[in-house]
Design a protein around this ligand. Structure first.
Ligand SMILES: [Zn+2]
Ligand SMILES: [Zn+2]
Ligand SMILES: [Zn+2]
Length: 160
């Protein structure tokens, strides 16, 4: 079952956001960069740079890990990806574009669920403090993982 607002994308309407993300990179929008963005967009959970590399190389064999890191950094600066520290110590990335939203992150499978109702809208800033932005993550287990009683090693690892 695909939850509404899920980051699992690649559906109709997404090409524009992919184009936005690519445009934010400047320069060439084909080859490795395109493959990297496509790899992120088609994933339904957090991807480590190594996972992005493996997927991007299917479409663009010349993609290097250095290009993956550089592109992820640019996408992060442009607000097109979400960076999350995984339990394994690695950093995972999820494609994340569009208007402001928060995230519910499954710590077992790495799924990132978009939360459009911003829980921070009721938050009161300290006197004189001007808020420019915020990030709000809810960590826990997704519906599928909560229903699955089998212990899991986490998103960045294989079978235990
Ligand atoms: Zn997001
Ligand atoms: Zn999960
Ligand atoms: Zn928010």
């Amino acid at each position: 079952m695909t939850g509404q607002g899920h980051h699992q994308i690649g559906r109709a309407g997404e090409p524009d956001r992919v184009a936005d993300a690519l445009a934010s990179l400047g320069g060439a929008t084909t080859g490795p960069r395109r493959a990297i963005v496509d790899a992120l967009v088609s994933a339904d959970r957090l991807q480590t740079p190594e996972q992005v590399l493996a997927e991007a190389r299917v479409a663009a064999p010349s993609t290097s890990l250095a290009t993956v890191y550089r592109t992820l950094e640019r996408l992060d600066l442009g607000g097109h990806v979400k960076r999350v520290a995984l339990a394994s110590g690695a950093v995972g990335y999820a494609y994340c574009g569009g208007s402001h939203h928060d995230h519910a992150i499954c710590t077992r499978c790495g799924r990132v669920i978009r939360v459009d109702a911003c829980a921070a809208s009721a938050w009161e800033a300290p006197a004189g403090f001007r808020v420019a932005s915020h990030e709000l993550n809810f960590y826990g287990t997704c519906e599928a993982c909560a229903a699955d009683a089998t212990p899991d090693a986490g998103p960045a690892r294989g079978a235990a």
